[in-house]
Design a protein around this ligand. Sequence first.
Ligand SMILES: [Zn+2]
Length: 315
Amino acid sequence: MIIARGDCLATGIMENDSRVLLFFIDGLGIGTRGPHNPLDGLTDTAPLALFQDEISQLPFAGVLAPTDARLGIEGRPQSASGQTTILTGVNAPKIIGAHKQGFPNQALLDILREHSIFLQLKNKGIDSITFANTYTKRFFGRRPRWISATTAAVEAAGVQFKVVEDLRAGRAVYHDFTNEMLIERGEIVDLRTPEEAGGVLASIVRSHRFTLYEYFITDKIGHAQDYDAGRRVLPMLARFIRAVLGNLDLANTNVILTSDHGNIEDLSVRNHTLNPVPTIIWGRNAEAIASRIGTLADITPAIVGTLTAKVTACA
Ligand SMILES: [Zn+2]
């Protein structure tokens, strides 16, 4: 892929200085309107309030690519196989013959360890890569038997995990982004408004070529069928996303929001849904990137392509 900058004729190749934030939200599909959907009737939930058969205006000129999470395999899409697919570009359910819930099994770990997006970027000389989420001492003290797809993807490339100390120094974000849950766990950290947290995540994105951020409370709310929690959390999450976008130079940065499967958009069922998920692309060449994305397996190739594209310079 070649990216032309400006309207003039190309005169040479210049350094690709683009940046990408992959903003992963667990369990967010494009649903229908109705009392089953906590996004229906809520104001200030752009860009999350997307409904089937409706065209939504996305803030910051975002482009929506409705994305297939079923990947040609029977059954409801699940987290471990969906996330593995997002983070590698490999259709994981097709390889293991099923959607795998919860945490990756050995077959999925093998795919992550070989094809992690972090590893792919490192192999192409892009070292400035990070996972913005904060890990607590509990993780390092007694390592959990099961690790998430994101943890495995980060580890595969030897990328350092961020800890509470990083969060205090403004170099990391907790998965609930306000730090409320971290404070409940006894950590001494300041509460952040969604706007403050968005500013912190944006500053992490500005100092790396590739940043991953993961949010999964949406999936927990979906399984709990907790309508009130959905109505409380979704506007906060939308504020956080808008603050991230507002603090970035979208002329040289792409923000790509995506999900592994639907869930919170239909609280009439406890399970994941079969709905498409939203992939939203902001920033340079958003339309072109969106046109490359049809399934979860297209996300990693689109990001690697954007960060490694040759950029032609003008005289
Ligand atoms: Zn789930």
